[in-house]
Design a protein around this ligand. Structure first.
Ligand code: TYM
Length: 332
């Protein structure tokens, strides 16, 4: 059975982008078809200025939302990255395989470092080495497939390169993983700024739909989405980013495709109205289940503890093998 690994970083409230780009497939497809692990990658949340209490709250909330979105601990493994030492252990070895040039070329590093510098802050070294930790997350489990949105494709590519390089230098140790992207909504855009990604780490904004937004809030955000100067409804991501984003969201909520849906609408108003309702209906069961799970925090805690125990067992032998292969003495 193929192995699937993916993760979500608790740096903000989870968004419609996280759901459509990644989480929905994890529960609808991956956990049924693969030996799958899904991780709250909390160590990654420390790479930017952070408040410890908020990271803890967001980590619990992310775990609760993953379960609310349909991940079933009987079918897959759900856990927190910091509970399994193997991630950090392997990350160091991979830092000895990666180069600083590779790290500096990462698009997300360049973007996030620029934001930190513009704020007058310093850039944490861990922001630069972040993709190596992500590669360790993936490679520790012998992962075949990494279901992610398009913004993570470059990071998965790096994990592939590091796996191949390590195997060539030190003997076959790692499976070479590949990213799997959704057909639509692979990059959901900010409703107010449709040329930028809808990102959870951005400040609270009217262009971001959060999974826990009330239906009225979702309707307002979608109805106020920035559209383009043309009048007709056409699907063209370059020339019509605003309308195309709405068409993609609507398509992703149902089973249509954005080009075909463009032909169905004559006005932006009706497209927005249907998109808002589709998002409200898509999120309704997730929000309902989230409310139920919030009443039972011990259950969520238990899932994470069991998940970590399973994950440790899966990761340990491969990471130990990597330690031996690279030239370190075996620990007795
Ligand atoms: P993160 O937490 O930013 O996002 C989690 C998942 O959601 C996807 N996503 C989107 N998809 C479509 N449109 C959007 N606007 C959008 N925003 C986010 C992301 O592509 C991702 O799949 N570095 C990763 C977390 C990570 C990871 C890993 C993922 C750490 N280790 C190992 C996979 C495997 C991140 O920051 O995702």
């Amino acid at each position: 059975m193929k192995r699937v690994f993916s993760g979500v970083k608790p740096t903000g409230h989870l968004t419609l982008g996280n759901y459509l780009g990644a989480m929905r497939r994890w529960s609808a497809v991956d956990q049924h078809e693969a030996d799958a692990l899904f991780c709250i990658v909390d160590l990654h949340a420390l790479t930017v200025d952070h408040d410890p209490g908020r990271v803890r709250r967001l980590s619990r909330q992310a775990a609760t939302l993953l379960l609310a979105a349909g991940l079933d601990p009987k079918l897959c493994t759900v856990f927190a990255q910091s509970h399994v030492d193997e991630h950090a252990r392997l990350s160091y070895l991979l830092e000895c395989v990666a180069t600083d040039g590779e790290m500096r070329r990462m698009i997300q590093y360049k973007e996030k470092a620029a934001v930190e510098r513009a704020r007058g802050g310093s850039v944490r070294l861990s922001l630069l080495t972040y993709p190596v930790l992500m590669a360790a997350d993936i490679l520790a489990y012998g992962t075949d497939e990494v279901p992610v949105g398009d913004d993570q494709a470059q990071h998965v590519e790096l994990a592939r390169d590091l796996a191949v390089r390590f195997n060539q230098r030190y003997g076959h140790t790692f499976v070479v993983p590949r990213a799997t992207l959704p057909k639509v909504a692979t990059r959901v855009m900010n409703l107010q700024e449709p040329t930028s990604k809808m990102g959870k780490s951005d400040d609270v904004g009217p262009g971001i739909v959060y999974l826990l937004d009330e239906p009225e809030v979702i309707r307002k955000k979608v109805m106020r989405a920035v559209t383009d100067s043309g009048r007709d409804v056409a699907y063209d991501r370059e020339a019509r980013p605003g309308v195309s984003n709405l068409l993609e969201i609507l398509a992703a909520c149902g089973s249509g495709n954005p080009e075909a849906l463009a032909g169905v609408y004559e006005s932006y108003g009706s497209l927005k109205k249907d998109t808002a309702e589709a998002v409200v209906e898509l999120l309704r069961p997730v929000q309902q289940r989230h409310k139920e799970l919030c009443a039972d925090p011990a259950y969520v805690e238990g899932v994470l503890q069991e998940g970590a125990a399973k994950a440790r067992e899966m990761a340990r032998p491969r990471v130990d093998a990597a330690y031996r292969a690279i030239g370190l003495l075996p620990a007795m």
